[in-house]
Design a protein. Structure first.
Length: 642
């Protein structure tokens, strides 16, 4: 008898932490039923976050069991006019949360039989076609799971400041059609173009302009009176818009209203947080709110069911909605970013919970992510034991080491050049872990399954409140690692950069070549008298080296000037000065050809004499040719503009 009770006691002892954790979660989540507790938590959390991260405006709306349990505004709708944020009326820019309305519109037309998710999208395009780059065509399912394989871009046209420069949706889709860089259904690579294309398809099959369609079939039925896709804003809503602000000199400077109308289905919405919470509740209700239905339950179920995952062990994509996870809870939703607003819609079906937040300013993204983490840690805590590194990991750690960057990148225009320094660095540590480094931040991961790694350092976040909990690496048939995916962003997988794209290769060579070019100019200056006495053909060979060196150094100076003075304008437009600067690499390339011609003469003839001189010409020629390759590879050579 004593032995039986002893076994029972041991079982209870083993279960005690689980029971305690469950009890803690139950007790904590019960606080959501008490509005005072919820409000006290949010009021204590948000204002300091906003102040510390230069976010002048923000709002939070939370619905529980179909009821609005919290609607709070923080900061200023307009600082100069001293208008505070009103969560019921103040409009924010939810950015890519707008995409969910496009996907709902697509599913409405699937229900009507006008669209099919697995048919070539060219079926519904009228004045242009998506290129037949690969055997398999792009479908609406590919667009909704962000797997169409499109190149990424937006320089000078995606988000602009001048409404006069905006194009009609159909014209923008035709003019800015991206290259296809991967077969559909291969890699997740978030695509604004793909969503805008889907909005155009809805407009084509219904004969109704996209903005009008969404208003009539989604906004009005759901009673979203403080929401619109119109740009500029209609007069009735203009005075409700939260101003855009950038932090400067210890204060804030108002920025122009962002115009996204050319790609409206991808991000042009302006809305109050309570309106967007109502939209989320309609989805959670299976497509209905207050007796008005926008989708059938089976359509909503399909949207919230996983359709694609880069790795089945990580979060994946539904139809437009993407999975996320916090403390063991499956969440669905979408976040959104413009230059000055950062938002997220969170659907928590297990707890009948809808959360929508939006924060203004450059640091609003940090506030958004930190709020989400803190909210779930407070009301749905989950104590998870840290993983233990396998003792033999060092023997295979090396295959993961390298630089990685998103497939959501540009490969076909000069925008490619702006990502050359971007990378997630994966390093092996002496502690049998991997370290993921982005900028000045890093996070450690432990192997828990083949090619699957879990965070070691708990709730520590990378820059911007970004917290990938799991990493899953992909490999080819030979076992070579080709990329990885993070559970935080199932809509954007990463590729491993080849050696010639790595900074470890490029940066030393660029500095070395720059040094060779400077030395060439200095030697020409220091020995100008002696060179002046040489035969004309020899002087030409030296001048060829000097002109080539000077031209490549000029390109470097122009690049520094562009990054410092012009890069900030490129989101809005491509200025003439930037286009003019693109002439310089062309000139440098022509002068390089002239240099190589004379370098061949130096090596093949008796000119100038001496092995040292010949090697010097060869060295300058090598550096100049490397720079020409560099320009060509990164699309700097020629006018490869969007």
């Amino acid at each position: 008898m004593r032995r039986r009770f002893g076994c029972l006691g041991a079982v209870l002892l083993l279960l005690a932490p689980v029971v305690a954790s469950a009890a803690t979660r139950t007790d904590a989540s019960a606080d959501l039923e008490r509005p005072g507790e919820l409000r006290a938590f949010v009021d204590a959390l948000v204002p300091p976050l906003m102040e510390n991260n230069n976010s002048p405006s923000g709002a939070v709306a939370i619905m529980k069991d179909g009821e609005l349990v919290l609607a709070r505004g923080y900061g200023w709708q307009n600082i100069e006019r001293r208008i505070p944020v009103d969560p019921y009326r103040t409009l924010f820019r939810p950015g890519s949360v707008s995409k969910l309305f496009t996907w709902v519109a697509v599913m409405q037309q699937v229900e009507q039989g006008r669209l099919d998710l697995d048919t070539d999208v060219n079926t519904w395009l009228e004045h242009f076609r998506i290129a037949d780059t690969f055997e398999r065509p792009v479908t609406l399912r590919d667009l909704m799971t962000h797997t169409p394989g499109f190149d990424d871009g937006g320089m000078g046209y995606l988000i602009i400041d001048d409404a006069e420069r905006a194009l009609p949706l159909a014209e923008a889709m035709a003019r800015y059609q991206p290259a296809r860089v991967n077969p559909p259904g291969t890699f997740t690579a978030y695509s604004n173009y793909g969503t805008a294309l889907a909005g155009l398809i809805v407009s084509n099959v219904t004969g109704t302009p996209y903005i009008e369609y969404v208003r009539e079939h989604i906004l009005v039925p759901l009673g979203m009176r403080d929401s619109t896709f119109e740009e500029p804003l209609p007069a009735a809503l203009k005075n409700q818009m939260a101003a855009s602000y950038a932090a400067a000199g210890g204060g804030y400077v108002e920025q122009p209203f962002e115009i996204i109308i050319s790609f409206a289905p991808a991000g042009a919405m302006s809305a109050s947080v309570t309106d967007l919470a109502r939209f989320g509740q309609a989805i959670l209700n299976g497509g209905e709110l207050d007796g008005r239905r926008i989708l059938r339950p089976e359509s909503v179920e399909a949207m919230l069911t996983r359709q694609f995952a880069q790795d089945d062990r990580l979060n994946g994509m539904g139809l437009g909605f993407y999975e996320n996870e916090r403390n063991g809870i499956r969440l669905l939703g979408h976040d959104g970013d413009t230059a000055w607003f950062h938002s997220e819609l969170i659907l928590d079906p297990a707890h009948s919970l809808v959360v929508f937040v939006s924060f203004g300013g450059g640091g609003g993204g940090v506030v958004r992510s930190t709020f989400k983490n803190a909210f779930y840690d407070r009301f749905f805590p989950n104590d998870e034991m840290p993983p233990v590194p396998p003792p033999d990991f060092a023997s295979r750690a090396g295959k993961y080491v390298g630089e990685y960057w998103f497939w959501r990148s540009n490969f076909s225009t000069i925008e490619k050049a702006f990502s050359m320094a971007d990378a997630f660095h994966v390093e092996a540590t002496a502690d049998d872990t991997l370290r993921l480094v982005i900028g000045a931040d890093s996070k450690q991961y432990v192997e828990v399954e083949t090619n699957l790694f879990r965070e070691l350092d708990g709730d520590y976040t990378l820059g911007g409140g970004f917290r990938p909990r799991l990493l899953a690496f992909q490999q080819d048939s030979a076992g070579t690692i080709t990329g990885f995916t993070m559970d935080e962003w199932p809509f954007m997988s990463l590729r491993k950069k080849p050696w010639y794209e790595r900074l470890l290769f490029m940066q030393p060579l660029l500095w070395f070549c720059g040094g060779v070019f400077v030395a060439t100019l200095l030697l020409r200056l220091m020995r100008r008298r002696a060179i002046g006495l040489l035969p004309r053909t020899d002087r030409r060979a030296i001048d060829a080296a000097v002109w080539a060196a000077a031209s490549h150094l000029t390109v470097g100076v122009a690049a520094a000037w562009v990054l410092h003075f012009v890069a900030g304008q490129l989101r809005n437009e491509v200025p003439f000065s930037f286009k003019f600067a693109l002439v310089l690499p062309l000139i440098a390339t022509v002068l390089t050809a002239y240099l190589v011609y004379h370098a061949i003469g130096v090596w093949s003839g008796p000119r100038l004499g001496g092995r040292t001189v010949r090697l010097a010409h060869a060295l300058v020629s090598f550096c100049a040719l490397f720079m020409c390759w560099f320009y060509a590879y990164w699309n700097i050579l020629g006018f490869q503009l969007p």
